[in-house]
Design a protein around this ligand. Structure first.
Ligand SMILES: NC(=O)c1ccc[n+]([C@@H]2O[C@H](COP(=O)([O-])OP(=O)(O)OC[C@H]3O[C@@H](n4cnc5c(N)ncnc54)[C@H](OP(=O)(O)O)[C@@H]3O)[C@@H](O)[C@H]2O)c1
Length: 305
C-alpha cells in the first residue's frame, strides 16, 4: 500500500516511516529537514494555501496519517493562532479532502484532552476538558476531523522513542541525562500510559487495515508516573536510577499547565482489534535493542548535517 505521512520529521513520523518502509511504499511530507531519507519525501509547508490538495494529487496514496502538529505545549501558549492552524484547521482540511477522494484517513490526537482530575482510566465516552491551548486546539481538531469525515480514525496517543534531534521524547530526556551522569527530576504525580512509538505505528496500520473509524485511545496498556518511567529506563540501560529525584509537577516551573492523571482505557481498541495492545516491557525491550543496534544514529543520518 502507499502510505502518506505528514510530519515525517517528527518523533512519530520518522519512526512510522522507518517501521513501515519495508512493507509499504512510504511517502513523507517534510518542509526541509530530511535530506537522506530512504523513502520518498514531498517538500511542503502544510500551512500554504492548497497544500493539502496538491499533496494528495502528488502522492496518490492509499492511506493518509496526519502526524503533523504544533506539539510543543509552551509554544502553543505563546502562539495560539499557529496552534489553531496546525492542530485544528489542518486536520479539518485533510479530513475533508480525504472524504471527497475516498481515501482512508487517520488523524493523531492526544491523551492531554483530559484535565486529569478524575482518578484516571478515561474512556472514549468520558467528556474531555482541555487545560491549555495545545489540548484545546487538539480537541477541536478531533471534532473537526470527525465532523468532516465520520469514517476517519482519530487516535489519542502517547509514545516515546528515538527522535531526529535526539531530544524530542521523554525517554531520551532520561536516557541523555543518565548517560551523562547528570541528575534530573521525575514527576511522581503525573500519570501516563507510554507506548513505544514503533508499536503506535504498527497498531495504527492494523486499525487502517481493519477499516476502523471514529475515536480511539491508542496508548500503552500500563499506567505509570513519569518518575517510574525514568526508573524503568535507568534499570533497562543499567544506569543509576538514584540520579532521578522524585518531584511534584507543582514545583516544575513549566509554563503550560499539565494534566495530572492521563491513565486512559484502551479497552475499545483492543476489543475492536481482537487483541491486547503491546505491553510496556516488550516496548522497552525493543527501545533498548534499537539503541544497541544503532537505530538512533540511523534515524539521525536522514536529516541535514
Ligand atoms: N510526543 C508524544 O508523546 C505525543 C503525545 C500525545 C500526542 N502526540 C501527538 O502525536 C502527533 C505527533 O507528535 P510528535 O511528537 O511526533 O510531534 P513533533 O515531533 O513535534 O512533530 C511535528 C511534525 O509536524 C511538522 N510540522 C509542523 N508544522 C508544519 C508545517 N507548517 N508544514 C509541514 N510540517 C509541519 C514538523 O515539521 P518540522 O520538523 O519541520 O517542524 C514535525 O515533522 C501530534 O499530533 C501530537 O499532538 C504526541
Amino acid at each position: 500500500m502507499k502510505l502518506l505521512l505528514t510530519g515525517v520529521s517528527g518523533l512519530l513520523g520518522i519512526n512510522f516511516a522507518q517501521e513501515m518502509m519495508n512493507e509499504h511504499e512510504v511517502i513523507g511530507v517534510d518542509r526541509g529537514k530530511l535530506v537522506n531519507a530512504p523513502f520518498k519525501v514531498l517538500k511542503y509547508d502544510l500551512l500554504e494555501r492548497n497544500s493539502v490538495e496538491s499533496i494528495l494529487d502528488a502522492a496518490q496514496a492509499d492511506w493518509i496519517v496526519n502526524c503533523a502538529a504544533l506539539a510543543d505545549l509552551d509554544v502553543c501558549e505563546e502562539e495560539p493562532d499557529l496552534a489553531k492552524q496546525l492542530n485544528t484547521d489542518l486536520p479539518r482540511r485533510f479530513a475533508r479532502a480525504c472524504k471527497i477522494r475516498n481515501i482512508p484517513f487517520a488523524h493523531i490526537s492526544t491523551d492531554a484532552v483530559f484535565d486529569g482530575q478524575k482518578d484516571g482510566y478515561y474512556s472514549e465516552e468520558d467528556p474531555p476538558s482541555p487545560v491549555g491551548v495545545y489540548s484545546k486546539t487538539k480537541l477541536d481538531g478531533e471534532w473537526a476531523a470527525l465532523t468532516e469525515n465520520p469514517k476517519a480514525i482519530v487516535a489519542r496517543v502517547n509514545f516515546y522513542g528515538w527522535s531526529l534531534n535526539g531530544r524530542r521524547s521523554l525517554a531520551e530526556f532520561f536516557f541523555n541525562n543518565l548517560s551523562n551522569n547528570k541528575s534530573m527530576s521525575g514527576f511522581t504525580d503525573v500519570i501516563f500510559c507510554p507506548m513505544l512509538v514503533n508499536d503506535t505505528a504498527r497498531t495504527l496500520v492494523k486499525m487502517l487495515k481493519r477499516e476502523l473509524k471514529g475515536l480511539y485511545h491508542l496508548v500503552g496498556p500500563q499506567a505509570m508516573s513519569k518518575y517510574q518511567f525514568g526508573v524503568e529506563i535507568a534499570r533497562r540501560f543499567h544506569m543509576r536510577e538514584s540520579d532521578i529525584t522524585p518531584k511534584s509537577v507543582n514545583f516544575s516551573g513549566l509554563i503550560a499547565k499539565r494534566s495530572n492523571n492521563l491513565w486512559l482505557s484502551t479497552r475499545k481498541l483492543s476489543t475492536d482489534l481482537g487483541e491486547d495492545l503491546p505491553d510496556f516491557s516488550t516496548g522497552l525491550e525493543e527501545f533498548y535493542a534499537q539503541h544497541e543496534q544503532g537505530y538512533p544514529q540511523k534515524i539521525r543520518s536522514y536529516q541535514q548535517p
